[in-house]
Design a protein around this ligand. Structure first.
Ligand SMILES: [Zn+2]
Ligand SMILES: [Zn+2]
Length: 134
């Protein structure tokens, strides 16, 4: 008889063969997630995105969020107003693009990630605060 172990997916107690990592159900999930994430990686590496986003930053060279605050700052990245994960079809829609500086882009993606995952690792910053009363 072959040795068995439980599925590596958190909370799943399905018994599987020892040489497997996930049960058939969770194996599909991890594969799906890989291809799903891969789609975005491929997009950001695509020649069309690199070429068009560079072009976009030439005509939209100022961060729109800084401009809202009355600051003129050079834009560093092209951001999707409606994120790709929400509407993939708008990835090359220039009306859905905005020029952002690194700070504002980081703030936007950070907020989106916090809203999405809500995991304790998102709050790592909180532990870095200096202790009070020193
Ligand atoms: Zn499982
Ligand atoms: Zn900015």
């Amino acid at each position: 008889m072959k040795p068995k172990k439980i599925c590596s997916h958190a909370g799943c107690n399905t018994l599987i063969d020892f040489d497997q990592k996930f049960c058939s159900k969770h194996n599909d999930v991890s594969k799906w997630r890989m291809s799903y994430e891969g789609k975005y990686r491929q997009f950001y590496k695509s020649k069309r995105w690199i070429r068009e986003s560079k072009q976009f930053l030439i005509t939209n060279c100022v961060c729109v969020k800084c401009l809202d605050e009355g600051i003129i700052k050079k834009a560093d990245v092209v951001d999707h107003i409606v994120p790709l994960k929400v509407d993939w079809s708008k990835r090359f829609d220039h009306n859905n693009w905005q020029a952002l500086c690194h700070r504002h882009h980081g703030e936007k993606t950070g907020a989106e990630q916090r809203a999405r995952t809500n995991s304790p690792t998102s709050f790592r910053g909180a532990t870095l605060q200096t202790p009070r009363g020193r």
